[in-house]
Design a protein around this ligand. Structure first.
Ligand code: ATP
Ligand code: MG
Length: 227
């Protein structure tokens, strides 16, 4: 089973939500699954349970301890900025080579697949000169692209898909996770993205309650080769 890199058309569109749903679905099928969210900005230890690391640990059935958080999210920054900026505000820097080897080790040591959640969108800077796209190409993982359905998302999503294609990334599927409060017709947005990317599976994920099951998670797992 392959490991998967989960990236997005932008920040706050549903990478963690999709990852957690996928983890719950796979665990229910008895599939071994692990996840890392190596870089997290806007991290507040007092509200760790609500952070991406907390959401992923809960889905994985792991306790919310400092050790577990450190294990899946070693680069944590307080400021809710892009990683290069958030790190700089603490006098730190993300070491790109260490980031790549952290992921490679997590994948090597896992019993099954590992979901690697990126940070923000495809072109987010990680340090002085590397972006999430460099991280994806360095790891050579199949990619799941999560998009929103807000006004503007079609262009953001097609742009992200185009850039991934230029770098010959193995884009397995696009999940359009319905944006809260958007007045743009959701299923028309999904159909439009699919029309412009006929070779890619485009999966609709409507608004769900936290932890709710949905057939889209099985579809995502299948298109990523996880089941
Ligand atoms: N389909 C959905 N149904 C219900 N809530 C959703 C859905 N998609 C996303 N959300 C919610 O929207 C918010 C943002 O989603 P999420 O945290 O998964 O985004 P993200 O892409 O991981 O963001 P970041 O760039 O910060 O990692 C969360 O509160 C999440 O629970
Ligand atoms: Mg997230």
């Amino acid at each position: 089973m392959p490991s998967i890199f989960i990236t997005a058309s932008g920040t706050d569109v549903g990478k963690t939500f999709v990852a957690a749903g996928l983890i719950r679905y796979l665990r229910k099928q008895g599939e071994p699954i692990d996840a890392v969210k190596p870089i997290i900005s806007g991290f507040d230890p007092a509200r760790a349970g609500e952070s991406d690391s907390g959401v992923l640990l809960r889905a994985l059935g792991l306790p919310l301890t400092e050790e577990e958080i450190e294990d899946i999210s070693p680069w944590r920054f307080a400021a809710p900025f892009s990683p290069d900026m958030a790190a700089r505000h603490e006098g730190k820097e993300v070491d790109f080579d260490q980031l790549v080897s952290f992921c490679e080790t997590a994948i090597k040591e896992a019993d099954g697949s590992v979901l690697v959640e990126g940070v923000g969108g495809v072109m987010v800077p990680l340090d002085q000169d590397s972006t999430v796209l460099d991280w994806i190409t360095e790891l050579e993982l199949p990619v799941l692209l999560v998009a929103g359905s807000y006004l503007g998302s079609i262009s953001h999503t097609l742009t992200a898909a185009e850039v991934l294609d230029q770098e010959e990334c193995d884009l397995r599927a696009i999940v359009v996770s319905e944006s809260e409060g958007s007045h743009v017709p959701f299923y028309e947005t999904v159909a439009t993205i699919a029309r412009f990317l006929p070779a890619i599976e485009v999966i609709a994920l409507p608004r769900l309650a936290a932890g709710e099951e949905h057939p889209a998670f099985e579809q995502i797992a299948k298109s990523c080769g996880l089941v």
